[in-house]
Design a protein around this ligand. Structure first.
Ligand code: CA
Length: 229
């Protein structure tokens, strides 16, 4: 079963903080994974690619800054939104946080409501198909709030997996996705699915998209993967 809701990895060594963040993120409808230190965070990232990481700066073992650097250096992790959480509030630290590639920076003690708004904000930018945004590519419109896809005004019937694949592709038109990347993003890293399954679903998606049009918007890059446009 492919997953729909965004996943947030909470990296925080203080138990109470972790609980508060987890509680509020779940109330927003997100999947939450937890790490109590830097090493745990790195292990989780090998298993699963979250959509957002809430990353405490001061952590035992590997620091938040170092984790952020590693995320932003690694090709398959680079697009994860990283929000740094830190009690250090002077300007220099803030700049340093952003220089390591963090997408946002929140000073402790923070307002949970504001932090949730920032998480949603990152998701609207990085994973719009997961937070009810409407996406358009040429004559194709995908509305992830109503789960409707139209092409040139015609309603298309898509299965849930085809819908998620299309959402993924429409977030970054032109980007070439390998089968493994699509597996990670559509099914999740922790689920074993044969990469040929991707081909099957792409085939179905292509058929649905070409129902009312001869123009095939999906590009197959032989031996590599797929792109939209
Ligand atoms: Ca800490």
């Amino acid at each position: 079963m492919a997953k729909t809701q965004p996943t947030v990895l909470v990296v925080e060594d203080e138990h109470a903080q972790r609980e508060i963040l987890g509680y509020n993120l779940k109330a927003e409808g997100f999947d939450v994974i937890y790490a109590a230190n830097g090493n745990d965070a790195l292990l989780h990232l090998e298993e699963q690619i979250p959509d957002v990481v809430l990353l405490d700066w001061m952590l035992p073992k590997v620091s938040g800054i170092e984790i952020c650097r590693r995320i932003k250096r690694q090709k398959d992790l680079r697009n994860i939104s990283v929000i740094m959480l830190s009690a250090r509030c002077n300007e220099i630290d803030r700049v340093r946080g952003l220089e390591t590639g963090a997408d946002d920076y929140v000073v402790k003690p923070y307002s949970v409501n504001e932090l949730m708004a920032r998480v949603r904000n990152q998701l609207r930018r990085s994973r719009p198909s997961k937070v009810g945004q409407r996406l358009e590519f040429e004559d194709i419109v995908l509305d992830s709030e109503t789960y409707r896809v139209t092409r040139a005004g015609h309603n298309l019937r898509l299965g849930p997996t085809e819908f998620r694949i299309l959402g993924c592709l429409m977030e970054k038109p032109g980007r070439v996705w390998t089968r493994e990347q699509l597996l990670d993003h559509v099914w999740g890293r922790d689920i074993f699915v044969d990469s040929r399954t991707v081909d099957v679903h792409i085939g179905r998606l292509r058929k649905a998209l070409c129902q009312h049009s001869d123009n095939d918007p999906l590009r197959t890059i032989r031996g590599i993967g797929y792109a939209l446009g």
